[in-house]
Design a protein around this ligand. Structure first.
Ligand SMILES: [Zn+2]
Length: 245
């Protein structure tokens, strides 16, 4: 606790003891300075603590995507905030002509890719892009692939107010990977649903480079018909130039 605070307390004791008005003022002044210093110290302490916590953040993420008719890609992202270059990307390209069969396991949470050379690859539904991927398995190459399972899985999805896709499962959208708004957040975070939706739409539809046109298309999921874009195209471009270009 800051020293002026104690000096203030000392001042109060003295003023009570000697009945001196000047000492009483000294107490008030020093206490005020003490409280300001206490407030600043707590803010600084929290900021450095947050910095320390963020530096410890690390994760490994997998994203699977059909890139062309001939192949798909599994992107491994290794993030460690403590490194000078926190992101390390590793792409594995898999060509369909090397694949003999694609099947679901019994739990329908993993996709099993069997290669012609007998190797095997398991793709769990925890990989980002998994739900879009299972819709894009080329059935002309794998006619036994169980599309009924895919259809049944897709029946579980609900609409996402952010990106328009009917792709929400367990409060997470499997198209834009945003969390569904929860009403308790307005109390906890002090913000409104409309502001959350606008912010996430700006971020999701933002373009990576100047001159790139906006893309609202959906690859695998159906569109929610009553979906509303809550920001203008100009606002998306302004946001993009501010954060990405
Ligand atoms: Zn979404």
């Amino acid at each position: 606790m800051p020293i002026p605070f104690f000096v203030g307390i000392g001042g109060l004791c003295m003023s009570l003891f000697v009945g001196n008005r000047a000492v009483l003022w000294n107490f008030a002044l020093m206490s005020a300075i003490g409280l300001v210093l206490l407030f600043l110290w707590r803010r600084l302490y929290r900021a450095t603590r947050l910095e320390r916590v963020l530096k410890k953040v690390s994760y490994i993420n997998y994203f699977i995507e059909v890139e062309t008719e001939k192949h798909f890609c599994i992107r491994r992202t290794d993030f460690d905030a403590a490194r000078e270059n926190p992101y390390i990307f590793e792409d594995r390209l898999i060509y369909w002509h090397h694949v003999k069969d694609v099947t679901f396991d019994n739990t329908i949470t993993n996709l099993r890719v069997l290669f012609k050379n007998k190797e095997e690859l398991i793709l769990p539904n925890t990989y980002d892009g998994w739900y879009a991927f299972i819709k894009q398995v080329p059935i002309e190459l794998f006619p036994d692939f169980d599309t009924k399972i895919v259809d049944d899985l897709y029946k579980q999805f609900e609409a996402c107010k952010i990106c328009s896709a009917i792709a929400v499962l367990d409060k997470v959208c499997h198209n834009c990977y945003n969390d569904v708004w929860e009403t308790s957040w307005s109390k906890e975070e002090g913000c409104l649903e409309i502001d959350y939706l606008k912010e996430e739409q700006l971020s999701y539809f933002a373009t990576a480079e100047e001159g790139e046109s906006l893309d609202f298309s959906l690859v695998a999921f159906d569109r929610f018909t009553d979906w509303e874009l809550l920001v203008s195209e100009d606002e998306i471009l302004k946001y993009s130039s501010e954060f990405f270009w």
